[in-house]
Design a protein around this ligand. Structure first.
Ligand SMILES: Cc1ncc(COP(=O)(O)O)c(C=O)c1O
Length: 376
């Protein structure tokens, strides 16, 4: 049997919707995107949603609209995908890496204050695997030191924190989602920035298309379509209506797809609960994970990956911490010894397959092989 690490949930419905967008003749950002933004903001209950071509673009524009400048410092967890740190470097600002928690792998809030200097401007918490960070504690620190909060919610659709959807938390400045192929809502490539700040949303809209005062769809629907002004030094970060048409279908199914991942997570939890060789992902009463990833911790992780691969099971590792990557080490001089917890977490982490279309047979096969290889 073969169980891949990830399989995208795409059905006839997504295909039909994409074809409809193509046949409309308006392939780039247009009415489908306007609709996608409307529906997305209703779903997460934010005031504004700005559609983009990736979460990386969303994070970049979020830092731009809060006014990050050269030499500023931005605090983020070392356990993240490179995009979270990379966007900080776009400004010649400094990514300041924070330790993570042993159980959730999220930013360790108790280690943030020691990193704050006169140059600190923002914190980017990353909701690892879809489990929200300790946001109230982060907001408290942000308020005390007058810092902005940008959520990296690439994994967190749909996730809730104290009953509220990630994407709508009022004390955050901007929240950034990813619709990359492996994500819980996938358009192939794509992203969304949500905010309750209308000025930020307006700036992000202008910046996603070269700093042009009005986008093509907006101009198309008026009497003077040729006229525009460049009001900022922008980027080419807009999405297409083909992606948005797929996104609209995926958005409708989000609760249903999450339920399926929850079912798989529960099966794994039950099967491995008493296994002394496996540390399971943490669950917290006051928040709900999207279950984008199911990350266990094991000894001899690399060998287990090989043995599972021999059984036809795909796995992955999330993440190689930022401080271990040569470019970042060289440029910012991060010290490996500053990140004892993150190093331990990285050494043992193993992501198992979890996606809505996994069959019971596939789930049982993974459980059986993992148990056999790891022991009990
Ligand atoms: C935590 C995190 N942040 C940001 C990103 C970037 O997302 P995108 O590929 O949509 O730019 C990813 C993608 O894997 C991610 O895992």
């Amino acid at each position: 049997m073969k169980v891949t690490f990830h399989k995208t949930h795409t059905t006839k419905e997504e295909i039909k919707s994409a074809v409809r967008a193509i046949k409309s003749g308006w392939l780039t950002m247009g009415p489908e995107t306007v609709k996608f933004e409307e529906k997305f903001k209703k779903f997460v209950k934010s005031r504004e949603a700005v559609s983009l071509n990736s979460a990386t673009s969303a994070l970049h524009l979020a830092l731009k609209v809060i006014g990050i400048k050269r030499g500023d410092e931005v605090i983020l967890p070392t356990n993240t995908f490179v995009a979270t740190a990379e966007v900080v470097t776009y400004f010649d600002a400094i990514p300041v890496l924070c330790e993570v928690e042993e159980d959730s792998h999220n930013i360790d809030v108790s280690r943030i204050e020691e990193l704050i200097t006169a140059k600190t401007r923002a914190i980017i918490p990353v909701h690892f695997a879809g489990l929200p960070c300790d946001m109230d504690e982060i907001y408290e620190i942000a308020k005390k030191y007058d810092l902005r909060v940008i959520e990296d919610a690439a994994h967190a659709i749909p996730s809730t924190y104290k009953g509220q959807m990630v994407g709508s938390l009022e004390k955050s400045d901007v929240t950034c989602f990813s619709f990359y192929a492996t994500k819980t809502l996938s358009t192939g490539e794509g992203g969304m920035a949500t905010t309750n700040n209308r000025k930020y949303a307006k700036n992000m809209r202008i910046n996603r298309l070269h700093g042009i005062s009005r986008d093509a769809w907006d101009r198309h629907s008026t009497s003077k379509p040729w006229h525009y002004d460049i009001v900022d030094n922008g980027n080419k970060y807009n999405t297409t209506d083909i992606n948005s048409a797929i996104g609209l279908v995926q958005l409708k199914k989000q609760d249903k797809l999450r339920k399926k991942r929850v079912k798989i997570a529960k099966k794994y939890m039950k099967a491995f609960k008493k296994n002394k060789n496996i540390i399971l992902p943490v669950v917290k009463d006051d928040r709900e994970s999207s279950w984008h990833l199911f990350v266990i911790k094991v000894k001899n992780r690399d060998e287990i990956i090989e043995r599972l691969r021999d059984c036809g099971i795909g796995t992955s590792v999330h993440f190689i911490p930022i401080h271990k990557h040569s470019y970042y080490k060289k440029r910012y001089g991060y010290k490996n010894s500053d990140y004892g917890v993150a190093n331990r977490v990285f050494k043992r982490s193993l992501s198992l397959p979890i996606y809505p279309d996994m069959t019971n047979k596939e789930i049982d096969y993974v459980i059986g092989k993992v148990t056999k290889i790891i022991g009990v």
